[in-house]
Design a protein around this ligand. Sequence first.
Ligand SMILES: Cc1cc2nc3c(=O)[nH]c(=O)nc-3n(C[C@H](O)[C@H](O)[C@H](O)COP(=O)(O)OP(=O)(O)OC[C@H]3O[C@@H](n4cnc5c(N)ncnc54)[C@H](O)[C@@H]3O)c2cc1C
Ligand code: SF4
Length: 323
Amino acid sequence: MKPFSYDAPADAATAVRTVAADPSAVFLAGGTNLLDHLKLGITRPARLVDVTNLTSTEITEHDGGLSIGAGVPNSDLAADPRVRSRYPALAESLLAGASGPLRNMATTGGNPLQRTRCVYFQDVTTPCNKRTPGSGCSAIGGYTRYHAILGASEHCVATHPSDLAVALAALDASVRVLGPHGERTIPFTELHRLPGDTPQRDTVLEHGELITAIDLPAPPAGRQRYRKVRDRASYAFALVSVAALLDVANETVRDARIAFGGVAHKPWRAWQAEDVLRGAPATDATFRAAAGAELAQARPLPGNEFKVPLLTRTLVSVLRELS
Ligand SMILES: Cc1cc2nc3c(=O)[nH]c(=O)nc-3n(C[C@H](O)[C@H](O)[C@H](O)COP(=O)(O)OP(=O)(O)OC[C@H]3O[C@@H](n4cnc5c(N)ncnc54)[C@H](O)[C@@H]3O)c2cc1C
Ligand code: SF4
């Protein structure tokens, strides 16, 4: 491992200034992703700037919704009674991820910024455009079971791994960020990027921008669910996942919000499926049509064609359960 310095600044503004001024500096939160990357040689920062004591560990009420400090551990967020009762899909997404000890360390700010689990990204002996821009993509023509079927490019077909991020995308969350030029707020669905020809950039954050909190609007009417389908019952990343919120009255869908995980470079908000659902009868035929509308744009790879029928069946099953 390359030697690095460790900073524990007194406040968030100093942490932001320190990272923004040094291209080789990175923020350190729970470290459950970053430290693995240091050990594997995927990233070689010269300076770690610890933000664990600088971002809030509080969950507070605002305008009928919740504001979650970026330092809130994933386990605390999943256990919060307000989250469990008002945003059950969020609690389910957290409990579907990692393990108890990891969730105790992982933070609300760090979880959505964890990097892809593409095996070639994690193997520094192989070409990877995300790790080394311009080196090529080993996954194309390689092992693609876990890779994208939506929104990929010829430069990268990786998927985003966070379960929490999928629920936040469906819940219309927003991200509060502190940067060297002040604060800004980003809709959660716009935080992550599609790969295009710059897959090395996972998000729209600039170097030195610190996530300080994630805001949830008041919980929408109806019922919600997060379901993750994986190769084994625990401790595995999603093959596909669905976060869904469904409001049904008189057997007709009044509102629907849906996001998919495990299928794209970002949490995939299924806007086209939602359009099909709103105002339609809450039947299996409608649910299948919604899946079909969204997945018409799917471009599976040799090795992950199964994700199209798997995601269709998962979505239909979740919507049936919620209706
Ligand atoms: C064995 C294993 C299994 C796992 N399984 C799952 C799973 O099934 N589902 C799942 O979702 N996750 C899973 N994870 C990933 C785990 O949830 C993440 O590693 C964790 O949530 C990252 O949070 P952290 O606070 O530890 O971030 P860190 O590792 O400290 O940081 C991650 C990245 O975010 C940046 N960062 C951290 N905080 C901020 C901030 N506030 N503002 C700006 N940048 C920041 C860091 O610089 C770094 O680039 C697994 C991890 C392991 C090791
Ligand atoms: S899919 Fe993306 S992360 Fe994986 S090898 Fe290709 S460029 Fe790298």
